[in-house]
Design a binder for this molecule. Structure first.
Ligand code: ADP
Length: 248
């Protein structure tokens, strides 16, 4: 049996006694690219929060077959939230300074940045093709550029798993495709396991190796091709509704 990078067993999350997730179990293989989809309020963000240990839950979440504590988990998991906007255009940090700040999660007191940290930050920026933005003030970059800077920051400590919660909502369609493609490259070339919450099943379906369709429970978990043909999904969406599936 191959090693699973994430294993979730019978996960239930309640808010004020109401179940947002109910008995969710799933396994993720190393270097999988999981697209998490489902209607609004179906528990996608809650699943991510449970994976990150940000909400109390019943059941088990294992990373790399071990129950990591919150602190060790941070070394292995990179997280990119929906949107973090630098509203103040004069925010006094360059793109490189934002990227390098990603190492703080793994540093012990007295949290000094080293030459190696800057090298890691420059490498992450190179992977994402944003070396040219290095010295630009973060507040003066476009939304798409800021998201890439934040992705580089999430990568700087070389996590094995990257968790992203609709990081492309604020992007125009072109930047969105570029962002998906960048992630796919990271996934294929660096074998980073990706867990990507998206509201757009067709877009994510083009890139993800697996689709997880949530609606408080797991409605479907498998490849995009299987998803398109799944009788379970046809039942779920109702007869006559078709999922438009095409990959390039
Ligand atoms: P999604 O990300 O799929 O839109 P969420 O995980 O954000 O769904 O939410 C799932 C359900 O849990 C929704 O009904 C939402 O209203 C509820 N919920 C989410 N966060 C909280 C919270 N902090 N307190 C109470 N209810 C919440």
């Amino acid at each position: 049996m191959s090693m699973k990078i994430v294993e979730v067993k019978n996960l239930t999350v309640k808010y004020n006694g109401v179940e947002a997730l109910s008995g969710v179990s799933l396994e993720v293989d190393p270097a999988d690219y999981v697209g998490v989809v489902g209607p609004n309020g179906s528990g996608k963000t809650t699943l991510i929060k449970a994976l990150l240990g940000l909400v109390p839950y019943e059941g088990q979440v294992y990373f790399l077959e071990k129950g990591f504590s919150c602190f060790t988990k941070e070394k292995h998991v990179g997280y990119l939230p929906q949107k973090m906007s630098f509203l103040d255009q004069r925010f006094p940090a360059t793109a490189l300074e934002i990227v390098v700040s990603g190492v703080y999660c793994c540093k012990k007191f007295p949290k000094r940045l080293s030459r190696d940290d800057y090298t890691a930050a420059e490498e992450a920026m190179e992977i994402l093709g944003i070396t040219n933005l290095k010295d630009r003030p973060i507040g003066r970059l476009s939304g798409g550029q800021q998201q890439r800077v934040l992705l580089a920051r999430a990568l700087v400590h070389r996590p094995e798993i990257l968790i992203l919660d609709e990081p492309t909502v604020a992007l125009d369609p072109q930047s969105r495709e570029a962002f998906y493609a960048t992630l796919q490259k990271l996934n294929k070339e660096r074998k980073v396991t990706v867990f990507f919450v998206s509201h757009d099943v067709v877009s994510i379906g083009k890139y993800a190796s697996k689709i997880l369709y949530l609606d408080r429970q797991i409605i479907f978990y498998g490849t995009f091709e299987e998803f398109c043909k799944s009788p379970k999904m046809t039942d779920y969406f109702g007869a006559g509704q078709h999922i438009i599936c095409h990959r390039h």
